[in-house]
Design a protein around this ligand. Structure first.
Ligand code: UDP
Length: 475
């Protein structure tokens, strides 16, 4: 039996590429040869980490497939989800993803790895792997809770029973009483139709016929849902997270995803000058787009809260001259209190700093789990995808956060959430008895997270079991 060789093929979106890279590193650290499959414009997001992993003596590499941007009707060079600026670009992106099937087949034929870990956005990957007689593992990139809730929504369609968009309904048959409204669902889910971008039926079929699912979570965090997913929904799954905890050095934490818009030393120096738990961190991931007026309210809300903050605003430098989202004189007034990062932030580096005592998040699963791993209470502000489910996990099941009260599913965010509401939610997680209670609970989860990935922990053991099983499949 030779060295196990695994292909890792994430969809071209930072919320998927970042955790997949961490997963590939975890496999490499256990002696597996890990190869990332991506497209040319995305190589540089992986390059540094791959080099560092190789320097540590582990085997890791990158192979590329051409991304058919032009053939799918996208501008040349548009190769990742954060570049999709209008609604009509999503189906085109989806078409391009489908077109990656044959290039992947060619590369599998050439290299003949022992296993394919492919994103759930590639439902055809199970069949492709079968052609080469290798197992395909699915990576969804979300919580067990969201996977269970989404599946039960798909099975029972409770949204059909309500007469208006804002009437709550129960997500059926879950261990907790979780209520949502139609407004918090995507348009396709609301109408019960199959979307062009996310293909739930194909995804489900592909998942059921695959070898199993890799989950970036840990058993102690969502025990009932990890069990429900396996025992009730009958999925084979291995939980191996939080995968971001494999980044232990400043260097690793500071270089995840894009190049940060702030120097890591400058960022740490600013945080070092602050008291423990005195800074709130605000960031809404790599895709959600907050419009000027909502950003303006956030600025006013932060000022209103009286708290110190690090606020990540995904606005490029070219727009800097006319920053309509920034209240007049705001930065001057907040000079000692707040740091605005325009562009990409070294998120895990910031969250893990002792000065950070709270997180305003859009509830993307990576951010949520990074917040849990850092032991900070959260203000939840979901925008789209499965983020409304993750919000419920944080606020109603784990009880380590408060909702800002967004009621509407949308990638483009202007929920009209007022400054007073934002300011109040920020204070609620930062100061007072309730904040302290949530922080203590969050710290408990942080400890459990660390333990889960250490030798002998639940995630450590599950990863070992998975690798052992794949090795025996290989022989
Ligand atoms: N991220 C980061 N800096 C930023 C924005 C995002 O490092 O300025 C990282 C974040 O740590 C997380 C990922 O990008 O690992 C975003 O994934 P998530 O699932 O939270 O949200 P998405 O971007 O998919 O909406």
């Amino acid at each position: 039996m030779g060295q196990l060789h695994v292909f890792f093929f994430p969809v071209m979106a930072h919320g998927h590429m970042i955790p997949t890279l961490d997963i590939a590193k975890l496999f490499a650290a256990r002696g597996v040869k890990s190869t990332i499959i991506t497209t040319p414009m995305n190589v540089h997001f992986f390059q540094k980490s791959v080099e560092r992993t190789n320097q540590l003596g582990f085997e890791m590499g990158i192979l590329t497939l051409e991304f058919p941007a032009a053939a799918a009707g996208l501008p040349e060079g548009c190769e990742s989800a954060d570049q999709l600026t209008s609604d009509d670009m999503f189906p085109k992106f989806s078409k391009a993803l489908t077109m990656l099937q044959y290039p992947l087949e060619r590369i599998l034929d050439e290299v003949r790895p022992d296993c394919l870990v492919a994103d759930s956005f590639f439902p055809w990957a199970t069949e492709v792997a079968a052609k080469f007689n290798i197992p395909r593992l699915v990576f969804h990139g979300t919580s067990f809770f969201a996977l269970c809730a989404t599946e039960n929504m798909r099975l029972y369609k409770p949204q059909r029973e309500v007469s208006s968009d804002d009437e709550p309904f129960l997500v059926p048959d879950l261990p907790h009483q979780i209520r949502l409204t139609k407004m918090q669902l995507s348009e396709d889910e609301r109408n019960g139709s199959e979307s062009d971008f996310i293909k739930p039926i194909k995804m489900k079929e592909s998942e059921l016929s695959s070898y199993g699912v890799i989950a970036n979570s840990f058993y102690e965090l969502e025990t009932e849902y990890a069990d429900y997913y396996r025992n009730v929904l009958k999925r084979r799954a291995w939980h191996i997270g939080p995968v971001s905890l494999c980044n232990r050095e400043v260097e690793d934490k500071a270089h995840r995803g894009k190049e940060a818009a702030i120097d890591k030393h400058e960022c740490l120096k600013w945080l070092d000058s602050k008291e423990p738990n005195s800074v709130i961190y605000i960031c809404f991931g790599s895709v959600a787009k907050f419009d000027d007026s909502q950003l303006y309210e956030i600025a006013m809300g932060l000022e209103f809260s009286g708290q110190q903050f690090v606020w990540v605003v995904r606005r490029g430098k070219s727009e800097e001259e006319n920053e309509k989202w920034l209240p007049e004189g705001f930065e001057e007034r907040m000079k000692d209190k707040g740091l605005i990062i325009r562009g990409w932030a070294p998120q895990v580096l910031i969250l893990d700093h002792k000065a950070v005592g709270g997180f305003v998040t859009h509830c993307g699963w990576n951010s949520t789990l990074e917040g849990v791993s850092a032991g900070v209470p959260m203000v939840t502000w979901p925008a789209f995808a499965e983020q409304f489910y993750n919000e419920k996990l944080v606020t109603e099941i784990l009880r380590i956060g408060v909702s800002v009260g967004n009621k509407k599913w949308s990638i483009k965010v202007n929920n009209g959430v007022r400054r007073e509401v934002i300011g109040k939610a920020v204070r609620q997680v930062m100061v007072g008895e309730e904040a302290e209670e949530m922080r203590n609970k969050a710290r408990g989860f942080k400890k459990m997270a660390k333990k889960a990935v250490e030798e002998g922990g639940s995630s450590y053991i599950d990863l070992n079991d998975l690798i052992r099983e794949l090795s025996s499949y290989q022989s």
